[in-house]
Design a protein around this ligand. Structure first.
Ligand code: GTP
Length: 241
């Protein structure tokens, strides 16, 4: 069993600076512009959390809140087959792992709120080892339903999500889309988009950006890690450093 309290990303340099990977019990935010690879990263993490322990995974269930219908099982299986060919070619393995990942697509803020309540019960009853919310920006902006932005109600959601992490001691990964293209400005944009309450709730922030045709990832907030920047790629095996 993984007793270190981290979900390894298997991105070597990143796991080193994060002292083992995505931390249990806290909120990790992936922030960056559209198309940078936040969802690709979340799909890879979902695979790693559902991978059997004998292959270094957490062998857990994953709850993936897919607010904008960006999750693709086809792509996730492709990432699995390319990243772990020996494991994924074992009979029934791809289906078994896909079966551990529960994808929720709440069509409105009311249903998103209801999903959070259900998730609380699931976290207690089932072997959930990762919760992904992709994306929080879409929830705030109300993009997935008609009507004005709902920022006023976000405080309750943030506290609820944070307490889920502490209470269940699993990693919670939340994405946040921002318009800025500059890695140094992104934290400010993230702050503007979701507010100070959100900013404080997040323990680890990874900022993703593209510059001169290359992608970079920066550990922008962490209680332990220096603000290092890593170049990364997106290939058939998903995010890779
Ligand atoms: P938003 O949700 O719009 O904020 O973007 P995001 O940051 O979640 O981006 P996402 O993770 O969807 O990344 C999209 C990028 O991943 C694309 O621009 C492609 O470069 C890459 N990508 C997506 N699918 C594939 C694929 O099947 N193969 C490869 N090699 N790359 C892919």
């Amino acid at each position: 069993e993984n007793l270190s309290g981290h979900l390894p990303t298997r991105l070597k340099g990143l796991d080193e600076v994060l002292c083992g990977g995505i931390r249990f019990g806290v909120l990790t935010e992936l922030v960056g512009p559209a198309g940078i690879g936040k969802t690709q990263f979340c799909m890879k993490l979902s695979l790693l959390a559902s991978l059997p322990t004998k292959f270094g995974g957490l062998e857990g269930r994953v709850i993936y809140v897919d607010v904008e219908s960006k999750f693709s099982s086809r792509r996730m299986i492709e990432i699995g087959v390319s990243s772990f060919p020996d494991i994924f070619h074992m009979e029934g393995m791809a289906q078994e792992m896909a079966g551990r990942i529960l994808v929720l697509q709440p069509p409105s803020l009311a249903e998103f709120t209801e999903s959070l309540q259900q998730i609380k019960v699931s976290l207690l009853q089932h072997q959930v080892k990762l919760l992904v919310i992709d994306s929080m920006t879409a929830v705030v902006s109300g993009e997935f339903e008609q009507g004005p932005p709902r920022q006023h109600s976000l405080g309750w959601h943030i506290s609820f999500i944070k307490s889920h992490a502490e209470f269940s001691r699993i990693p919670i990964v939340v994405t946040n889309q921002v318009r800025s293209q500059s890695i140094d400005e992104i934290p400010q944009y993230a702050f503007q988009a979701l507010g100070i309450h959100w900013s404080h709730a997040v323990t680890i922030r990874l900022v993703l950006e593209a510059k001169s045709g290359e992608r970079f990832m920066k550990v922008a907030k962490s209680p332990i890690s220096p603000p290092l920047v890593f170049p990364f790629n997106i290939t058939s095996s998903g995010i890779s450093l």
